[in-house]
Design a binder for this molecule. Structure first.
Ligand code: ADP
Ligand code: ZN
Ligand code: ZN
Length: 678
């Protein structure tokens, strides 16, 4: 009996066609080849040979036999796990993705291409490990572990302040899961995947722990992945893409710091890790635990709706108090003649802390900072009149634009509020801060090491660990860094945390306040982690009256949530609406504009009939040209009660356009509630 394979091919890989349509073709399976569902194969395609994935093996085909070509060979002996293959249609449908892009996540190219010759050397000093195997859980922790393990089909949101023992809860869940003969998957934000985390898990569980993330060298990645695939590693700790790890018989999926933006990919293929985790958990009949000190509004909302179950850890282990958080009005500092980086009181406290031989962390919130426009004299910032979000500076045409409506204004030469000309956009770098600090310290005859940690100087392998170890072993010292220093680190000697520009997270995004709340709460939590030490955090801001700061100061998550969810309901933002962006990019902007026009037509018509959109518009992206490609977008805010059919309609419009010649030279990406609109 002849066998035929349905193969999804990677046609775009070797041609200039960029259609986002999937190509599935039937091929003949040669009798000597062991091709099964999930195999990765090399097939003839035109005059070339390309990669393909077998999604079905069958005994009949509709294709005329003389047109059928045989599969050439296996690309690799690895086979995609059945569970993941079964989820393929669901994942493609949820996120409107091409199957080929998802299949490539299942079997990454590192794996398909075989182990690279140049092997990375194994993990480099791996930091300060904790080996306390005998932690006895407190009652709250034990309750969490028991609840999770007794209800395998549920999704839990574990809310607990930093240092309340969440990691310890994860470890106990994992221990039980392993004892039951199952495997466990724990995701951590990319940035939080410190050597410390791995060291702690290795110390506790030994060699069954594998780590999967983007910083691994090819050879290492291959080895770690292989250990998972073969079942020798039964615990996977990894960043976002590790959600596709080839684990079988999963007993628990944990997403730590679930609010973190890195769980949503913002390049193709775009997916949300939580949703995939829940799909995999369902297939494995296992629980999902989403953990955070500051849950995403979306996740907390789902606990209120009864879709997730809320679990709480209400106090810090050992009752170490949370640091006191002070606001510093930087506009006031300028008015009183202090134009420096630090407020007067902040500088005094900084010097005093160092004199007491305690350490300091200085945090620079740079994300999106360069996009926001602000008056340094009075703190005014450019806000959209319609949307209550900051307007975004577009360098191209020197305009400020709102990304949620059509509002725009020229970049003001004078502040509309106070008339000053101190209007700024742009970021202050860590380097500049370090230089300034060294000057200040020398003036005070204090000579303490100033360590810098940002994406520029931590690329080299081991660089990150070196800086962390130096900081950990040198007191007093100062660590200056971006988002990177916010996550997870535990340095008992740190008494003071300074956030240079707390407002930096306020970009034109309905989630700005949420992100700011999470980030600053976390940063502040780095201070005063040792019993008996009084931690303090200063937040320097130009908008001290913004409601988010009051909630941060009071560690009032619930208050913040109530305020935020009410605002979202009133203004119709997620979870009360769904935002969709259709991004079109390509080399020729007239073609992109034509594609956008053709897509908008049926959408406008649809809206006329169904009134499905709260907002629908097309515009150039804030980054109007990236890597030589022009970028335009359609933004839609869809009413929640018609979201499914409307998303499907939009997807259909895209697929239709893609079949036309005009679409050949552009790429079209579809994003649901995108993490960034840049
Ligand atoms: P979180 O993940 O919530 O920030 P961790 O789980 O890292 O908190 O716990 C903070 C510290 O407290 C760690 O050093 C951990 O080993 C310790 N710890 C956690 N639970 C207990 C416990 N029940 N008894 C003693 N120490 C604990
Ligand atoms: Zn607007
Ligand atoms: Zn002003």
């Amino acid at each position: 009996m002849m066998k035929y394979a349905k193969v999804i091919i990677d046609a775009a890989l070797n041609t200039n066609t960029t259609s986002t349509l999937d190509c599935a073709w039937d091929y003949l399976v040669p009798p000597n080849l062991n091709v099964i569902r999930g195999s990765c194969v090399i097939v003839p395609f035109g005059k070339r040979e390309i990669d393909g994935f077998v999604v079905d093996v069958k005994e009949q085909t509709d294709i005329a036999l003389d047109l059928l070509k045989p599969i050439k060979r296996l690309a690799t002996n690895f086979v995609i796990k059945t569970e993941l293959l079964d989820l393929l249609p669901q994942i493609c449908d949820r996120f409107k993705l091409r199957a080929i892009d998802v299949l490539k996540l299942y079997l990454p190219s590192t794996i398909r291409k075989g182990k690279p010759k140049r092997n990375g050397k194994r993990r480099v000093p791996i930091g300060i490990e904790k080996t306390d195997h005998n932690v006895v859980l407190n009652a709250e922790q034990q309750h969490c572990v028991d609840t999770v393990l007794s209800q395998p089909d549920k999704v839990f949101l574990l809310k607990g302040v930093t240092g309340s023992g969440k990691t310890e809860v994860y470890m106990h869940i994992i221990k039980k899961v392993l004892e039951a003969g199952k495997t466990a998957l724990m995701l951590v934000p990319e940035i939080g995947l410190t050597p410390q985390v791995l060291a702690n898990f290795k110390a506790r569980f030994g060699d069954v722990v594998a780590m999967l993330h983007s910083k691994l060298y090819g050879g290492e990645k291959f080895d770690e992945w292989l250990r998972v695939e073969q079942g020798t590693a039964r615990i996977v700790i990894g960043a976002r893409s590790a959600i596709f790890a080839p684990l079988e018989n999963i007993g628990a999926i944990i997403i730590d710091e679930e609010h973190d933006g890195s769980y949503q990919s913002d390049s193709n293929p775009r997916y949300l890790t939580h949703d995939i985790a829940i799909m995999r958990a369902k297939a494995n009949h296992c629980p999902v635990v989403l953990g955070s000190a500051t849950p995403s509004v979306q996740s907390f909302y789902l606990t209120q709706q009864g879709q997730y179950q809320l679990l709480e850890l209400t106090k810090r282990v050992n009752n170490v108090p949370l640091p006191k958080i002070e606001l510093v009005d930087m506009a006031n500092e300028i008015r009183s003649g202090n134009g420096g980086i630090f407020g007067n009181e902040v500088l005094a406290e900084l010097l005093q802390t160092l004199r007491q031989r305690r350490s300091v962390m200085i945090f620079l919130n740079r994300r999106g900072y360069s996009q926001t426009v602000r008056c340094l004299q009075c703190g005014w910032s450019a806000k959209c009149e319609n949307c209550d979000v900051s307007m975004v500076y577009h360098k191209d045409d020197e305009q400020l634009k709102c990304h949620y409506c059509a509002a725009r204004m020229p970049f003001p030469s004078r502040c509309p509020q106070c008339g000053s000309t101190y209007i700024k956009h742009g970021a202050m770098g860590t380097q500049k801060i370090c230089a300034e600090l060294e000057k200040l310290l020398a003036q005070s005859n204090l000579y303490v090491p100033v360590l810098r940690m940002d994406t520029d100087n931590t690329q080299a392998k081991g660089a990150l660990v070196k800086i962390l170890e130096k900081f950990a072993s040198t007191a007093p010292s100062i660590l200056v860094g971006t988002q990177m220093i916010a996550k997870g680190h535990h340095f008992p000697q740190v008494n003071l945390v300074i956030v240079v520009n707390a407002d930096g997270g306020f970009v034109s995004d309905y989630r700005s306040a949420e992100r700011t709340f999470a980030l600053l709460t976390q940063v502040a939590g780095r201070a005063g982690r040792e019993i008996g030490s009084a931690g303090k955090a200063y937040l320097q801001t130009y908008m001290p009256n913004h409601y988010v700061y009051k909630f941060i100061q009071n560690y009032d998550y619930n208050g913040f949530y109530q305020r935020e969810i009410a605002a979202r309901q009133a203004t119709k933002y997620p979870p009360f609406a769904t935002i969709v962006r259709v991004l079109v990019s390509g080399m020729v902007d007239t073609k992109i504009i034509e594609v956008i026009k053709q897509m908008m037509q049926p959408l406008r018509q649809y809206d006329g009939e169904k009134q499905a959109f709260i907002y629908l518009g097309a515009m150039k992206c804030p980054y109007g040209r990236l890597q030589n490609k022009y970028r335009y977008q359609i933004l839609a805010r869809i009413k929640q009660d018609v979201v499914e059919q409307t998303v499907n309609f939009m997807d259909k419009c895209i697929k239709q356009i893609e079949q036309q010649p005009i679409a050949r030279s552009v790429k079209i990406f579809f994003e649901i509630n995108p993490s960034s609109l840049s």
